[in-house]
Design a protein around this ligand. Structure first.
Ligand code: ZN
Length: 220
């Protein structure tokens, strides 16, 4: 899943309006920020295999440290705890922890059975929504729209930037998603890893968007 993770981040604003959209988006993408680092360092492995699923040519051979359920829970607990310490808000820390774990749950819907429960474990899960491109888009696009709508409803722009920087961020997500769904297969797994890592630009971008928007009075 890709923009489905973004949906979780945007929607989280309605629960913890004081938290920055930057950290709320970082949480559901956290495992996919670790993954390229682990690929580039050789800790995890993947291949380009067109047709692996209808949606993606990526074959996730081994990613137990970023994408096992146990590690997702541990990463979520760690990230949530750090955010709790910094924000002094158990609610924000809790939402960040759950947002991080939500990545694994959303991935379990779309991946074929390649997600391990534990590192070294023999049980792999995945419901395989990616076997249909149409079904993937039919689930993920409405989710994304719902998430963005919840964010827009919880905040209003302070200035023109608050409106247009958000519109540009949403457009960026949709373009990157269209590239993944309809573009040619990537040249190498190293290119995929660097490309995925480059997507962290959405985090400072979201911080910036959020600073130009105000939380609705009844939520703050
Ligand atoms: Zn993932």
């Amino acid at each position: 899943m890709f923009i489905g993770h973004a949906a979780v981040g945007f929607a989280s604003k309605a629960i913890v309006p004081r938290a920055s959209l930057g950290v709320l988006l970082a949480a559901p993408f956290f495992l996919d920020i670790l993954w390229p680092v682990f690929i580039l360092t050789g800790l995890e492995s993947a291949r380009i295999e067109p047709g692996n699923t209808a949606f993606t040519p990526l074959a996730f051979d081994s990613f137990p440290w970023s994408h096992s359920l146990l590690m997702a829970i541990l990463w979520g607990a760690l990230f949530g705890f750090i955010v709790y310490v910094v924000s002094r808000s158990a609610a924000i820390g809790g939402v960040v922890a759950l947002g991080t774990v939500s990545h694994w749950i959303c991935d379990a819907v779309v991946h074929r059975p390649d997600l391990p429960l534990t590192p070294g474990g023999m049980i792999f899960v995945g419901m395989g929504l990616w076997n249909s491109k149409t079904a993937t888009l039919a689930v993920e696009l409405p989710l994304f729209a719902l998430g963005v709508w919840l964010y827009v409803r919880a905040t209003h722009p302070k200035d023109a930037l608050g409106r247009w920087a958000l519109a540009a961020l949403v457009a960026f997500f949709l373009l990157a998603y269209a590239g993944a769904a309809f573009g040619p297969p990537p040249p190498s797994i190293t290119a995929v890893a660097w490309g995925t890592l480059a997507l962290v630009v959405v985090i400072p971008w979201a911080v910036w968007v959020d600073r130009h928007r105000e939380v609705e009075a009844e939520l703050s």
